[in-house]
Design a protein around this ligand. Sequence first.
Ligand code: SF4
Length: 244
Amino acid sequence: MKDTAKVFKVETFGAVDGPSIRLVIFLQGCSFRCKYCHNPESWEMNNNQAQEMSIQDILTLYEQNSAFYKKGGITFSGGEPMLQADFIKLFAQQAKAKNIHIAIDTSACNFLQNKQAYEQLIDLVDLWIVDIKSLDQKEHEFITGSKDLAGAEFVKYLEQKGKPFWIRQVIIKTINANNENIEKLASFVKPLKHCQKAELLSYHNLAYEKYNKLAIPYPFKDIQMLTTQEFDALKNHFHNLLLK
Ligand code: SF4
């Protein structure tokens, strides 16, 4: 088992990737190619810009700011952190002994091919944050390049295991920003007893310049962002359906 990870970014005061303030470790590598991805530099596992970090490197960073993380913890994000699940397992075994809350922010892109990677972490991870790209196979393939409805399948697995999770979906104008999608997602989420939070995120194009710098064509260059009013209307519809 590998006791170092390939990391492309570290955020010491993350406020959105799990409860409270967290150390967020963004791991290198992803097999999806989401058209709105903010981190195209994370895609290839072999990227010499990535840094190798050991378990101790991460624990030292955590301990330097541990006063801020009392109600938070550590989140592994990406890229797709589950491509380095063996490292996370070793890390989580040590972190558990120190009572550190561990979250994983995942699209579960390899869940159907490598269920074992997820099974080995199921009792070590305190919270899973699952990105459901789409519940429609064609739309999922259009957004990510993959037909596997992996996020939804992983959520069903977590529900069956009784493990806590959050769900997220990015809402994109002209693609899934419509009532039909919102209603489909709400019907999926509503019966889930172990879903602690379901969030819609509004697509934004802040990564546009990054793509230009990396000379990667930006696939959503013609997609407008939702206005605040448009996004709020969809969010309200979603929350009202969940409350019904
Ligand atoms: S799953 Fe995440 S990291 Fe991978 S391509 Fe999609 S948005 Fe980017």
